[in-house]
Write a protein that binds this ligand. Structure first.
Ligand code: GRF
Length: 204
């Protein structure tokens, strides 16, 4: 499967996906990395890895989300992309875009959904006093951080944690589960039934 990774920032999840995709037998190939921010540090890392990149600066589209999303879809189709992988892509997508890519677009969120959708998840997990926190890979739907869950990874919350130390522990788990989850989707091993994703087939 041909994969586009969309980023807005440093791109550490992108790097873990690019590395995984170079492994023998990995069912997805990263064909392009796109950013809505020209200054995203991840773009440089993608180029260093020999990948094609593009920037679609959302600021040049003003408030017109439809126009941005239409341009984005056009870019993805130019690259004959099968799957869209959001990796720290900080843009809300229109209903039209999410419907066009339904079942073919995934995201990683730094919390155990449905707890803590949205921003500042590590601060909020500490404030809420949860003892387990983590990360979730899910299919993207028009409702933010609410699509069918493919995979989750949990970490303990320690008494001495700050948002930074907790976030670093979660990020390690993100880097493990995102390549695993993408492999399942790319190998057509996921079935979506309502909010539920079941995994079919075996690893051997
Ligand atoms: C990650 O925490 C991811 O879960 C969230 O945004 C962050 C992106 O980090 N969606 P990076 O750009 O992959 O380093």
């Amino acid at each position: 499967k041909r994969v586009a990774i969309l980023i807005s920032g440093r791109g550490s999840n992108m790097v873990s996906l690019i590395e995984a995709a170079t492994q023998d037998g990995y069912p997805a190939e990263v064909v392009v990395v796109g950013s809505n921010r020209p200054d995203a540090p991840g773009l440089e890392k993608a180029s260093q890895a020999g990948l094609e990149t593009f920037t679609l600066d959302h600021k040049t589209f003003g408030k017109d989300r439809e126009a941005f999303d239409t341009a984005l879809s056009t870019k993805l189709k130019q690259h004959k992309v099968d799957l869209v992988v959001l990796a720290g892509f900080m843009r809300l997508l229109t209903r039209g875009f999410t419907e066009e890519w339904a079942g073919r677009m995934i995201n990683i969120h730094p919390a155990l959904l449905p707890s803590f959708p949205g921003l500042n998840t590590h601060e909020r997990a500490l404030e809420a006093g949860v003892k387990l926190h983590g990360a979730t890979v899910h299919f993207v739907t028009s409702d933010m951080d609410a699509g069918p869950i493919i995979m989750q990874g949990a970490v303990p919350v320690l008494d001495e944690d700050t948002p930074e130390t907790l976030g670093a522990r979660v990020l390690d788990v993100e880097h493990q589960i995102y390549p695993e989850a993408l492999a399942l989707v790319a190998a057509d091993r996921t079935r979506i039934e309502g909010q539920r994703v079941t995994i079919i087939g075996s690893d051997d």
